[in-house]
Each structure stands twice: as C-alpha cells, then as structure tokens.
Design a protein. Structure first.
Length: 399
C-alpha cells in the first residue's frame, strides 16, 4: 500500500482502519475527497474489534427499525463490493432466531421485519425439528429464519475495503497517531470554545495535515480522548470459540445449518464456514479490557460455559474438539447506539465508534453517514448517534 507523504494536505485524515474507518475512507473518496487512512496495526488486525474471521449479518433488531434498515442497506453495499472485486465476502447462510417463551425481543423483531418488508419465515418447534434436526430445542417455543441474511468474512472484508479504497486513490499509512504532544487535538477548552486543529503527528514523526480528522479507533477512542470518552465508551473482554466438526458430516455447514441466535440465553453460533469450525460465543459484556495490554488467552470458565451451550444447542457436538479461540473486545457506548458526532471543542474533529458488539455489519452505512456529515449534508442526522445522547452510566438498550 502507498505510504502517506508527510507535509501533504488532505481533505480528510481517517485514524483507524477497522470496519468503520475503512468504509468512511472509502465513501469519502467516492465523493472525491483526498483521504489518508492511518492505522497502527493494519486492517483487520487481531487486536482490533474488526478482527477475527466472521460476523453475523442479521436484519432483526427488536423494535429498533433504524438498525434493521441500516443492516439491509449495508448488506447490499457489502454484496456490491464483493461483486466489484470478484471476491466472496458474504455467505448467505440464513440467520435463525431461537425464541424462548416470554421473550419479547423475538416478538418485536418479528413485527419490525414485517413492517420493513424483510423476508422471513416463522417456524414451529415441529417444523424446526424436521428442518434442523441437529439443533437442540430445549426451552425453545418457536423460531424464525431470515433466509437472505448470513455471515461476513470479517478480516477478509475489512482488508478488501481498504485495498479497494487505496486502488481508488486513498493513501494508507501504517503508523500510530500519538496520544500526547502537539499533534493531539486539545481536549480541555472552555465549553463555548470551538477551534480547529492543523495537524496530527505519528509515532514515527510524520505530520499529517487535513481539513477534517475522523477518529474511528474502536476501543482506542477512550484512550485518545480520555476526558471526553472514558466514561462513555467502555471496552469489554469477549471470548470466542471454534469447535471441530465430524469428518464427512455436512450437517454443521451451510446450507444445512444457518447462523443462529438464542437471544434469551445471550448466545450465538455460526456454521462451519470454509473449514473454520463451529463458532460460538456468549453475547454478554465481559470485564473491562485494555486493547493494548489485555490478556488474549481464553479462560477455563468461558470455555466451560460455551461447552454447556454447545451441548444444549448442538448436542451431537458436545464433545467436539476446541480448534481455535480468540479474545477480542466490544467497545460499548452507554446504551449500545453508535457514536458519530463532531468533537464538542474541535470543529474539524469527528468521533466515530461505539460498535458495541453489533456494529460490524453496518460499516458501509456508517461510512455513508460520516461522509454526508463531512460533506455538509444536514439530511438524515440521527440524534441517537450524538455524543450528547451517551450517558456516563451504562445501560445497554441496543442488541
């Protein structure tokens, strides 16, 4: 990739080449902006929240129609990119919602999918048992399948976005933006003071000048802006596990097995895609986590909990070998909504983050939204993405 030239002036400098930053750089370039994209470790790296191999793309979001519509638009853009570069980034596995009794979230999801016009099918447990005999139905009252949803190949997809952005003219620089010194945006002005910054500097001494700066740094955002975001974005430690499947058995790969979500038990699973094994994780916020120094080895307690889930939902795999595991992180806003807003004290600095564990699929639309704001559009501004809407007390409302 082409290194950025110190001293050159850009329209926008995007700091962070995760899914939000990569798509922001891509969309800004599409609007003819001169863009430099900077990342300390590289696109889709294993320290980032956009790393790992796969992510579920689902349309269901309970009553949160804003995210259902965003997921629908984003999936189209992911597919368009995949066709454009002639590289498979999406597997249409379907996404199966397992609904337990007295769980309002799947009911609200049903209503929203119907309202938006998303294809889905409601299934009884008898229909489930016939169609997906490998899935254990303990505690399940009914289910629904989103047949057009599925799985993105996460690391591959982020790297593809960056490659295509660079091919179209974005400059890419692998370097770290320093967290102290003259290059850092001033953080402690009076409430009514609004200033612009002239440049940022990197660990290798490069000076990057731009008209606007987008910080899309995932779990590093509260480290770069501690006074503003330390209480508003809290990274949490998340464990992910992969289990091997029996030889010559296609029951655990698509199309036989879709991705699935057991919302009430806070669990989700992905089928065996490209030989990676069955992926299972608990979608519950873990303990506080530092993306630079946090331990990346999974715990015995976490493995035991996931094995219980595996035995319950895919009983034929209860003794399956663990073939891989990861420790990643969510970067959680106080309520789970994204943060996409201008810095309150720096006129040309934008804060983009708070994926909160569900954000990856929305990268294309986040990029469109940021590009529209920087290009001066007032249309479609979403108050839920504002800094003001992020309380310092955390109570997750978006899943």
């Amino acid at each position: 990739m082409i290194p950025a030239v110190s001293g050159r002036t850009f329209d926008v400098a995007v700091v962070g080449a995760g899914v939000f930053g990569a798509w922001t750089a891509y969309q800004l370039q599409q609007s003819r902006k001169r863009v430099v994209l900077i990342d300390a470790h590289g696109p889709g790296n294993s320290l980032s929240s956009s790393g790992d191999e796969s992510r579920i793309v689902r349309m269901g979001y309970g009553a949160d129609e804003i995210y259902t519509r965003s997921a629908l638009r984003s999936l189209k853009l992911w597919k368009d990119l995949s066709a454009q570069i002639e590289e498979p980034l999406f597997h249409q596995t379907g996404v199966l919602w397992l609904a337990q009794a007295n769980d309002p979230y799947p009911e609200k999801t049903y209503d929203t999918l119907q309202e938006v016009g998303i294809p889905f099918e409601k299934l009884t447990t008898d229909e489930m048992a016939r169609r997906y005999p490998q899935i254990g139905l303990d505690g399940i009252a009914w289910a629904m399948i989103e047949p057009e949803s599925g799985v993105l190949l996460a690391r591959r997809a982020v790297q593809a976005v960056v490659r295509e952005a660079v091919r179209n003219g974005v400059e890419y620089l692998q370097d770290e933006v320093v967290a102290s010194g003259k290059g850092v945006p001033p953080l402690n002005h009076a409430p009514d003071a609004r200033v612009t910054i002239d440049s940022i500097t990197t660990a290798n001494g490069r000076r990057i000048s731009a008209s606007n700066y987008v910080f899309a740094c995932g779990p590093w955002l509260p480290k770069i802006f501690p006074d503003l975001l330390a209480d508003r974005i809290q990274p949490s430690r998340q464990e992910v596990f992969y289990f091997g499947t029996p030889a010559s058995d296609s029951n655990f790969a698509p199309p036989a097995l879709p991705a699935w979500i057991d919302f009430k038990d806070e669990a989700y699973g992905l089928p065996d895609i490209e030989g990676s094994g069955i992926k299972i994780a608990i979608d519950r916020h873990g303990e506080a986590f530092d993306p630079d120094s946090g331990d990346r080895v999974v715990t015995e307690q976490g493995l035991a909990e996931v094995r219980e889930c595996l035995a319950r939902r895919l009983p034929a795999l209860k003794d399956a070998p663990l073939v891989d595991s990861r420790v990643c992180q969510y970067e959680n806003t106080s309520n789970g909504d994204f943060l996409i807003d201008r810095h309150p004290e720096n006129e040309n600095v934008w804060l983009v983050g708070g994926g909160s564990g569900h954000g990856f699929k929305h990268g294309p639309v986040v990029g469109e939204y940021v590009a529209a704001r920087i290009n001066g559009s007032k249309e479609g501004i979403e108050p839920r993405f504002s800094l003001e809407s992020k309380a310092r007390d955390h109570q997750r409302a978006v899943f």
